[in-house]
Design a protein around this ligand. Structure first.
Ligand SMILES: [Zn+2]
Length: 325
């Protein structure tokens, strides 16, 4: 029984391969961050060595070891500090030369292969071209186009898509016992990224952080030039990854105000802030809201180009309209 939610076609396909023992030497699971790629990869690795009646049973010794990343025949290789290096591939190749200790297969999970250096990816090609028997490689990446075509062509590709909102609500309420209102909000905020929704459901800080970020945003909208320059200064010291994450929150916010302004309330994402959204939507003109949306897009572009974060933030914040909430 698969525990991976929302990707039924992919689990059915892998189940079929297990049942018929017609396995590919390599699989590539693609899709946006937090959509469930690594969860599916780990579960498939467990299923390959499961000794239960209906793999992956989730209960046998093999499944339990796999779940904790401590199965001797399941090797997990992932980026360290956002890079996957050639040494990691070389050490993997050394380990793969050994036969399975206790499982039927040696499985290697290569998580986030799009973070591999060119040398590392080229080295991996050798392993893909000369597959050893009883070895299965499971690769994950956000997008196949970020990998060498020669790597992709050696794999069976499973391209995961966003999980429908109602499916996320169902998973959160039934499996994780989240209250319906909270489940609906998390599912909407997740935008298909079921892994994000599940993590956020278990971590109070995830929503608290977002709440604080939205409060800061509103303070900047109410406050004048000085408040905005101060905010730009304090945000300017954040890591770029964190700013990119925050900017996607600002993006959803200004789009929400625009939707509310246009009477498309059903598209609003920040469901717990509808009164502030409606208040802004009532005071501002569509052109001002489009300008705010564009200013966030511009910031995101600039963050990718090594522009000083504080200056890019000032440019964005000073383009936001002034309003009261
Ligand atoms: Zn099992």
């Amino acid at each position: 029984m698969w525990q991976t939610y929302g990707h039924d076609w992919a689990t059915a396909l892998l189940q079929q391969a297990l049942d018929t023992q017609r396995l590919s030497h390599a699989y590539l699971i693609t899709g946006p961050a937090h959509i469930g790629k690594a969860t599916l990869a780990r579960e498939f690795a467990a299923a390959l060595n499961c000794t239960g009646q209906t793999p992956p049973c989730g209960e046998c010794r093999s499944c339990r070891l796999a779940h904790d990343d401590s199965h001797p025949d399941i090797l997990v290789v992932q980026a360290q500090e956002h890079v996957l290096k050639i040494d990691q591939i070389r050490s993997l190749q050394h380990d793969l030369a050994l036969s399975p200790y206790e499982g039927r297969y040696r499985v290697c999970l290569l998580i986030d292969l799009h973070l591999a250096t060119d040398e590392a990816e080229n080295a991996l090609l050798k392993t893909l071209e000369e597959p050893a028997s009883r070895v299965v490689l499971v690769l994950t990446a956000t997008d196949a186009s970020l990998l060498l075509p020669t790597v992709v062509s050696r794999c069976q590709v499973l391209a995961l898509r966003g999980v429908p909102e109602q499916r996320i609500v169902q998973a959160l309420t039934e499996r994780w016992h989240v209250q319906p209102d909270r489940a609906q909000l998390l599912a909407r905020l997740a935008g298909g990224r079921i892994g994000w929704a599940i993590t956020a459901a278990q971590d109070e800080n995830a929503l608290a952080y977002r709440g604080q970020a939205l409060d800061d945003l509103l303070q900047a909208v109410i406050g004048g030039r000085l408040a905005r320059l101060k905010l730009a200064e304090s945000l300017g010291s954040l890591e770029r990854d964190e700013l990119i994450e925050l900017s996607s929150l600002w993006q959803t916010w200004w789009r929400d105000v625009l939707y509310a302004n246009q009477g498309c309330d059903e598209l609003v994402v920040n469901l717990d802030r509808t009164s502030a959204l409606r208040s802004l939507a009532g005071q501002l003109r569509p052109a001002q809201l489009t300008a705010a949306c564009n200013s966030v897009d511009r910031l995101r572009e600039q963050l990718g180009h090594n522009v000083t974060a504080r200056l890019a933030l000032e440019d964005m914040l000073l383009n936001w309209p002034l309003a009261t909430v």
